[in-house]
Design a protein around this ligand. Structure first.
Ligand code: OAA
Ligand code: MG
Length: 255
C-alpha cells in the first residue's frame, strides 16, 4: 500500500478554521478507521455498531455539535380536546422551555445526541430531522430512538439511530445541555470533533488529529481504489465512481 506524509492541507472553512467536512468528503469510514489505527487510536472512537444509518447509501462527515438529554421524570398531563393534543409539544415547552442549539453552527455540522438511556421516545422524527438538515446539518447521530422512519428514508434524511421508536417527547425526555462533552454510542464526543458514518457504522475523529487522519485516510482510499480498479479491469467490469481515483484526486487538488 502506498503511503503519504501527513502534511495537512490549509483548506479553510467559513469560520476561518480548516474545512474538515471538505477534507473528509469521499472518505469511507473504513479509510478513516484504518488511518486512526495508523496513529495508534485502535478502536478508541468507534461508536457502537448498534448505531445504524436508517437507510442504505447514507454517508456524511462533519464537525460535531452536541446535545445531551435525560429522561424528564415529569409526566405529560392529560390534554383536553383535539387541538391541544395536536399541539402537545407547544404546551409542554411552554411549561418546560427547550434547551436549543445556538444558531451560529458550522456548515455541514453533525448533530450528535446522548439520549440518556431512558424509555422509548422518538426524539427525532421526519419533521424535526428534516428541519435540522434545512438548518445546515449534514447528519444526525443519536444513541436513542428515531420515529417516522419510513419518511426518514423517503426524504433521504441522514439519521443514524440505535432504535426505531414510536412515542413522542412530552413527558419523556428533555435536553439539558448543548455543546458540551457527551458520550454517544460508547465514545466521547466533543463539539468540533469530526464525526461521520456510512453503511459500515459511525466513528468519531478527535479534532486534534482530524486533519492528519484525513490525509492518511485519503491515501488509503486511493490505494484501495487503484487495487479494486485492477480487479474491475481483469474481470471486465465496467468502472464506477468507487474506482474513479482520478476524480477523487482532482477533487482534493481543487480544494
Ligand atoms: O415531533 C417530534 O418531536 C418528533 C417527530 O415526530 C418529528 O419531528 O417528526
Ligand atoms: Mg413526526
Amino acid at each position: 500500500m502506498s503511503t503519504t506524509t501527513a502534511t495537512p492541507q490549509q483548506t479553510t472553512g467559513s469560520t476561518g478554521g480548516p474545512d474538515l467536512a471538505a477534507l473528509y468528503k469521499h472518505l469511507r469510514v473504513v479509510d478513516v478507521v484504518d488511518a486512526l489505527d495508523g496513529i495508534g487510536y485502535f478502536n478508541l472512537t468507534l461508536m457502537s455498531p448498534e448505531l445504524r444509518p436508517l437507510w442504505s447509501g447514507m454517508r456524511f462527515w462533519g464537525p460535531a455539535v452536541t446535545i445531551r438529554a435525560v429522561p424528564s421524570n415529569k409526566p405529560m398531563w392529560r390534554l383536553e380536546g383535539t387541538q391541544d393534543i395536536v399541539e402537545a409539544h407547544r404546551i409542554w415547552f411552554e411549561r418546560y422551555p427547550a434547551t436549543r442549539l445556538p444558531d451560529d453552527l458550522p456548515p455541514n455540522h453533525v448533530i450528535v445526541m446522548e439520549s440518556g438511556g431512558g424509555p422509548e421516545v422518538g426524539f427525532w422524527g421526519s419533521e424535526n430531522a428534516m428541519g435540522a438538515v434545512g438548518g445546515g446539518a449534514a447528519g444526525i447521530i443519536t444513541d436513542g430512538y428515531c420515529r417516522d422512519t419510513a419518511e426518514i428514508e423517503l426524504q433521504r434524511t441522514p439519521v443514524v439511530a440505535r432504535k426505531r421508536g414510536r412515542t413522542i417527547i412530552p413527558g419523556r425526555i428533555e435536553v439539558v445541555e448543548v455543546q458540551g462533552t457527551i458520550a454517544c454510542g460508547g465514545v466521547r464526543v466533543d463539539p468540533g470533533d469530526v464525526v461521520g458514518c456510512d453503511e459500515d457504522g459511525a466513528v468519531v475523529v478527535p479534532a486534534a488529529v482530524a486533519q492528519e487522519v484525513a490525509v492518511h485516510a485519503r491515501a488509503i482510499l486511493l490505494a484501495d481504489m487503484h487495487a479494486r480498479r485492477r480487479h474491475y479491469d481483469a474481470q471486465g467490469k465496467k468502472p464506477d465512481s468507487t474506482v474513479d481515483a482520478d476524480a477523487v484526486i482532482a477533487y482534493y487538488e481543487s480544494l
